[in-house]
Write a protein that binds this ligand. Sequence first.
Ligand SMILES: [Zn+2]
Length: 185
Amino acid sequence: MGLQFIIAEDAPEHNVSGSKRLSSAFGCPEEIWREYKDNLSFPLDIYSLASDLGLVVRYRPLDNEISGFLKQIDSRWTATINAIHSESRKRFTLAHELGHFLLHTKGQDDKEFKDTTFFRHEDNVGTINDYSREESEANHFAAKLLMPKEEFIEAANSLKSISAVANKFGVSPMAVRIRSQNIHK
Ligand SMILES: [Zn+2]
């Protein structure tokens, strides 16, 4: 059984909140894939990509409810990822922090992002709270970077299970389900 049933092929296109910020060099995952397309493959090597884009990445054991955080350390934006979490969760955390780094840090050197549960804010469309807006943007960024639209639809239509799609992209089954619901955003 494929995953066609969870993909709404005719859902309307609409803008992701915050797309007005997409003027910078890598303001959206599609630009990254275009730029790096000859060098990227699945599962995406998110560590190498983040490093290449100027983000310092380190892994440390943290409290279980903390996924990771992003702040300047020694004048460099540094993503600290909870080393005790699963590989797929660490990858999503890093992609999420990369989203914050590219979208939300300009001119804000004192800012700090501390991330706990990622999917909590996924449905907060319509809220005007800055915190939830940035969390939602970082989640969308991560999902689109790790699971680009075309490749995701192709994989969902050809692979046999959610877990097979999850394995292809190096994400959790939950991330696959959420991506399928948001594929046209
Ligand atoms: Zn965040």
